[in-house]
Design a protein around this ligand. Sequence first.
Ligand code: ADP
Length: 334
Amino acid sequence: GSLTAAEAEGDERTIEAALRPRTLEEVVGQVRVRDQLGLVLEAARQRGRAPDHVLLSGPPGLGKTTLAMIIAAEMTAPLRLTSGPAITHAGDLAAILSGLNQDDVLFIDEIHRMSRPAEEMLYLAMEDFRVDVIIGKGPGATAIPLEIPPFTLVGATTRAGLLPGPLRDRFGFTGHLEFYDPAELDLIIHRSADLLGVRLTDEGAAEIALRSRGTPRIANRLLRRVRDYAQVRADGVVTLAVAHATLDLYEVDRLGLDRLDRAVIDVLCRRFGGGPVGVSTLAVAVGEERETVEEVAEPFLVRLGFLARTPRGRIATPAAWEHLGLTAPKLPDS
Ligand code: ADP
């Protein structure tokens, strides 16, 4: 179906929400995760039980929240959303867990950023559907066990390896989301353009797909920018020329690298001679948080074969030097 006028005219967040696929069928790409998840959900439906806890991992914008919403929708269960950083005390989590109803789906985004005590409370809740509520302080404190109804936890994290083993082990299924290839992004862009009523040529769509960093969220965002450009500076149709002009304006390069991606390899090559250099040092040099460099920029640079993570630090590959128009130094024999 297409969007309501309010959705099509709405702010960017409304639009992002409106472009989300609503069923597993509508999800483009991620064939493996979709198949695996489909089986988990179908089996749970047949047994009339809440499905096993699900962990979704992958870089931002690949569809983790979308899949969590689809899990709830396919189970016709209410979805409760929260995030690791929002759970600073175990008490925050206790409040959420004790408010759950039977078969609810609880989505915890950035689950690797939960506090330690909350994590421990979550183990028990996932396994035994129980929380220990601590009453009082100090030596007189007592733990009162509280039963909670069976629910399904869907956790999202940028990398499954960031979770402590005991937490990871309590998920019955882990789906690893991969970057999308240009053909898949092309489908997503056409679908979004239809929903938004944007007119675009196949060449225009293909160009946006190539430069979207393998990420649907970025594809949808670039589509909105080219649509602005087409409306203001052209005749409303997103052509190849319009796509080129817009992407150049926003400094998205030929391979879809954005400013941060380029800054990382630029600093790595020019300032650190291609590495190896530690990720913290790299982050300071580009003026970003270490997590942002590690979880947002690096996965795509690794996927492009521009950057390698080694035990001694990050290394720029010859392809990275070439992309910057530089000559890679001769490697010392090691
Ligand atoms: P994450 O939670 O991994 O950061 P989201 O689920 O919020 O990512 O997805 C970001 C946007 O990308 C959504 O608004 C959705 O429209 C789009 N999207 C993600 N995955 C897909 C997909 N497989 N097919 C179509 N659109 C997708």
